[in-house]
Design a protein around this ligand. Structure first.
Ligand code: SAM
Length: 270
């Protein structure tokens, strides 16, 4: 079997066939007994070759589901990962003013901003990213989902919030930041290195540079009692907890992902 080195070859084969035929799953069931046309076989083989060369399945399909919502994805923008749902879950279960102002820093294709906007329709979300390509894709995703309560702005870190004069206005700051170290980058799979932008994943020599900046600068933009929630990687929990304490953050909560790895942290600044 051509896809046997992937964890779910049967599922991948079905999804690629649906893509080749422009079918949904129900069409595949209905058309199951039909003989395959030569052009469909050709298109299917082309997609199989793309996948075997290491192109991520989500990029071939052009879409990825997150929190049961459909998102368009494309090369050059970070592909959302299922573990980020833990981050969103943590933000949604903790109390904050749900009619208030939220910032998603490093929005990528917009999964976090769109999910929060959908779950908390009275909140106003500002989604930022350094990548204009990401911002335009995130905007397209929000439009397709019919979400009107998100503003998308390109810019680095807190610069867009600063430009808008939002000091001490935010009720929630959420981020899935880059958190891989420079040293780890070469050991990531070819699938990641060739198809996703390095700056979406790598944050300096320790991998903690973006996160530490979030911890240092978020108090300038949060209201009193405002919440900071962010994702992090393997082995980063202890340095993050120490830094949060050193910087004066209180009420710290953290969660593991489905693989049991500590993955998301929330804290209030008082
Ligand atoms: C790990 S990706 C997360 C994307 C998305 N939030 C998600 O969870 O799928 C990190 C994002 O941060 C953005 N980014 C990197 N450096 C940045 C910076 N200095 N300021 C703002 N965004 C940045 C990248 O372009 C990328 O989209």
């Amino acid at each position: 079997m051509e896809l046997k080195s992937y964890p779910r070859p049967d599922l991948e084969a079905r999804l690629l066939l649906e893509k080749a035929a422009s079918w949904e799953t129900k069409d595949l069931v209905i058309n199951f007994d039909l003989p395959c046309r030569a052009d469909l076989i050709r298109r299917y083989k082309r997609l199989l070759q793309q996948r075997k060369r290491g192109c991520p399945l989500a990029l071939i399909l052009g879409k990825k589901e997150f929190w049961s919502l459909p998102f368009k994805v494309k090369k050059g923008v970070f592909i959302p990962r299922p573990e980020t749902e833990v981050l969103v879950e943590l933000a949604l279960k903790l109390p904050w003013n749900e009619r208030g102002l939220v910032a998603d820093i490093g929005t990528g294709c917009g999964v976090i901003a769109c999910t929060i906007a959908n779950e908390r329709p009275e909140a106003k979300i500002i989604a930022t990213d350094i990548s204009r390509r990401a911002i335009s894709l995130a905007r397209e995703n929000a439009e397709k989902l019919g979400l009107k309560n998100i503003k998308f702005i390109a810019g680095s870190f807190f610069q867009p919030l600063q430009k808008m004069g939002l000091e001490h206005q935010l009720d929630l700051i959420i981020s899935n930041p880059p958190y891989v170290s420079e040293d780890q980058w070469p050991s990531l799979s070819r699938e990641i290195r060739e198809y996703e932008p390095k700056r979406a994943l790598v944050a300096g020599s320790s991998g903690l540079e973006f996160i530490f900046k979030l911890i240092e600068e978020a108090p300038v933009f949060l209201r009193p009692e405002g919440l900071l929630v962010f994702e992090f990687g393997l082995g980063q929990l202890n340095p993050i907890l120490s830094f949060l304490e050193k910087e004066g953050w209180k009420e710290v909560f953290w969660e593991r992902d489905l693989a049991g790895i500590p993955r998301a942290v929330a804290a209030r600044f008082q």
